[in-house]
Design a protein around this ligand. Sequence first.
Ligand SMILES: Nc1ncnc2c1ncn2[C@@H]1O[C@H](COP(=O)(O)OP(=O)(O)OP(=O)(O)O)[C@@H](O)[C@H]1O
Ligand SMILES: Nc1ccn([C@H]2C[C@H](O)[C@@H](COP(=O)(O)O)O2)c(=O)n1
Length: 670
Amino acid sequence: MTTTGADAREPFLRLAPAAHARGAVTLPGSKSISNRALLLAALAEGTTGLEGLLDSDDTRVMRAALRALGLDLRQDEGRVCLEGAADWPQKRADLFLGNAGTAFRPLTAALAMMGGDYRLSGVPRMHERPIGDLVDALRSLGCEIAYEGREGYPPLRIGRGRLDVSRPVRVRGAVSSQFLTALLMAAPIAARRAGRDVVIELDGPLISKPYILITLNLVERFGVCVRREGWQRFIIPAEARYRAPGRYRIEGDASSASYFLGLGAIAGGPVRIEGVGGDSIQGDVAFAEVVEAMGARVEREADALVVSGRAVADGGRLRAFDRDFNLIPDAAMTAAVLALYADGPCRLRNIASWRVKETDRIAAMHAELARLGARVESDADSLTVHPLPAGDWRAAEIRTYDDHRMAMCFSLAAFGPVPVTILDPGCVSKTYPGYFKDFHRLLGVERGGAAPAPVITIDGPTASGKGTIAQKVAQALGWHVLDSGALYRLTALAVLREGGDGADEAQAARLARSLDIRFEPDAILMGGEDVSALIRQEEVGNLASRVAAWPAVREALLACQRAFRQAPGLVGDGRDMGTVVFPDAPLKIFLDADVEVRAQRRYKQLKDKGFSANLDDLLQDLRARDARDRGRAHAPLVAAADAVTVDSSHQGIDDVVRQVLDLWSARGPA
Ligand SMILES: Nc1ncnc2c1ncn2[C@@H]1O[C@H](COP(=O)(O)OP(=O)(O)OP(=O)(O)O)[C@@H](O)[C@H]1O
Ligand SMILES: Nc1ccn([C@H]2C[C@H](O)[C@@H](COP(=O)(O)O)O2)c(=O)n1
């Protein structure tokens, strides 16, 4: 079955007003732990098998960088195996690290201490994120680092400095705790090279302390014990050496758990979150206490959390808060959106670090919450969000600023009375590529119980754009899609391959019943063979129209089509979706267009795919096919009595998609 979601970089994702959510979700691996573990495994003597490693943009750039540095990474039965080395083989490399702070900062420290000729760069936003505090600390150790552009910011050039660890290295931790993390993880390199203890001292305050605890925990798992004097002084002994722990299991991402904790709090639940629990080493697991304080119930297991609450749709209201979020700045973003459903103004304090994250999150959060209609106040390091009364919600398009967390936390704005549109939802690929699929699944379980999953049917004549529109509507809603014409085309292809011409009803029905097919995201397989291009040929389409006239063929394909109806929903395109296959569909579209326009479109479509085509012949074929599809005795092509007719002759694809989504939103599907 073809499942669509927000994995590809689609321009927008429309979330219809939702009411309830329940079910279980398994979190992807923690980004913070994944990138730390990759670096430590790369520095450790021996082989480490990393289990549960996050597969996302940020970990992919880290893996690519380690490969470019000469390290051996292999995928082996669901784990990533890495052969580490105290000194990396490749002494010259140009590394592109995207927008991954968890890769950029630690690699800067490790490479600067090893020495070599390296260049580290990232996306434009990475070049706006400060790194001066780390570079200053490394330079004080004798490392050679130059700014290629603006002083204090990437890109960086690293050379071969002369390490001197005779004095403590001082580092500031007020802007980002990742600078201290980077030094702590790389320090054993310097200790080994200099043959003496490395002492790191904190210069001023330290934010996000729980992340330092994650670092110390991991460093210890890889064999290095750091002596810690409060939060002021860290001593890495001269004899410190990283050793591979054999296997290391990465727990789920606690920051990502915050969205589901929030979901359970406002959508009733219970929502079971697997991958983090009472045993977690991540500070963001403390977000469970935030939703508890807001009125939700959370049960803690060693490796799971179960959250429930009184759904906003049932009149539930969260308790307002005034809270210091310095320790959990990432999860705090979720609290800012939950504030919309609170019983009073909510204040998030001590969140200045938001200003230098993937985007200026204080400014971004302020702007987007206001776009929904909320009253918001912000200053240098705090944000106040006023609850949004039902009548004040606006159906907004939320900008996400290429920030995964903006996209994920604003999914929780779907519990207001109007639809919300998330722009560039694919930015979640930074840490959670499957987020919207999981989110929709939890929303759909409720619908999938007693009531069948909702269906939008799109019927119409050939080349009116049904398939194109169905795909995009399904993508925007995170639903499944059924291209029913493909089933008739596959039957026609099977008939052709048996030497038939479609005149034998029994033969066509037998082949329709025994189709061995599989729908994949980018291919349609028959008997294991990819026939997606073959079935689009006009010869096959014409025969499909003929075999589709046989009642026995239609009967043979009926159950198969209905089986596509699964939560969270289905968009089905064809000729009889709204009249025969899904007569109870809550929204039926009859998509039409002038036959000349359709012939032009089909002509262009075929030419673009490299097939030969003749416009006059196509026009004739389309007319003949229209006549056959409309004129047959069984399940003819006709608009269902309750269908909305949309004429796409003079409308672009995106306009039609929006029109269908608006119709769906107007029905108030939740
Ligand atoms: N509104 C539109 N404006 C311009 N081009 C469109 C529009 N809708 C669809 N198209 C283009 O027309 C062509 C035919 O569209 P599509 O294959 O989706 O039609 P269809 O109705 O599913 O056809 P079939 O009945 O053969 O399955 C495609 O190349 C598509 O990109
Ligand atoms: N629900 C359906 C879908 C398709 N058909 C027939 C009619 C078409 O000519 C043929 C191929 O469909 P297409 O890929 O062009 O949409 O299959 C039908 O009868 N009922």
